[in-house]
Design a protein around this ligand. Structure first.
Ligand SMILES: [Zn+2]
Length: 221
């Protein structure tokens, strides 16, 4: 069974790539947020524990997160492997995950980093504009509307959310990149980090990620 960790900054394309990987490999993507929500909803023992922690406004401790992932990795659909998304986020979490996997004779096989330079990440967020009427999303750089400032679909005004303003985006990004670099370095030191160029078209990023996992698509045409 292959355990892979998917790493990338917000806006790097993790959310786009995770389902593509999952479909090609036939293994589930285990996203930390989904896992927390589903355990709480299922009312499992660990779900009730997590619920109590979250109700009290505390962060779910690393040890609980690790237990959550281990339990999930033990289910039938993850027997062939799984892709972890959103965890580990810090070096101590990565160490705790390794220790727990080792205790059950498993290990992280690969960490896949979707690499996008910070200036491009900021552009992806800061360039975002949203249509006032229908919430259609545009981007000054990547997906401009046909007419500047007007939604292609319904003709309503496109607005720049305050929270997408560049200074805010930059500050938030810098804050998140530190721990991401730590986690990437942790796996790089183990020799299992593969960095993929996230500036490529979606299908090329997917191809490189799959190749990093030793999966090659059958040639077509
Ligand atoms: Zn619209």
């Amino acid at each position: 069974m292959t355990v892979a960790i998917l790493l990338g900054a917000p806006g790097a394309g993790k959310g786009t790539q995770a389902p593509l990987l999952s479909a090609s490999l036939g293994v589930p993507v285990l996203a930390s947020g989904d896992l927390l929500r589903s355990e709480v909803a299922a009312g499992s023992e660990i779900g009730r524990e997590v619920d109590a922690i979250m109700q009290s406004g505390e962060l779910v401790p690393d040890e609980v997160m690790v237990r959550l992932f281990l339990a999930r990795l033990g289910r039938d659909d993850a027997l062939g492997g799984a892709i972890l998304d959103g965890f580990p986020r810090t070096r101590p979490q990565a160490e705790a995950l390794d220790a727990a996997l080792a205790a059950s004779g498993r290990h992280v096989d690969k960490a896949l980093l979707i690499e996008v330079p910070i200036e491009d990440l900021i552009g992806r967020f800061a360039g975002r504009r949203i249509c006032k009427a229908g919430g259609h999303v545009y981007n000054d750089w990547f997906k401009p509307p046909k007419v500047w400032g007007i939604c292609d679909v319904d003709g309503s005004e496109l607005i720049h959310r305050a929270d997408d303003a560049e200074a805010t985006v930059r500050a938030r990004m810098e804050q998140q990149l530190g721990p991401l670099r730590d986690v990437a370095d942790y796996y790089r030191e183990q020799g299992i980090l593969v960095a993929v160029n996230g500036l490529q078209p979606i299908e090329d990023v997917a191809r490189d990620l799959l190749a990093a996992l030793g999966w090659h698509a059958a040639p077509t045409g």
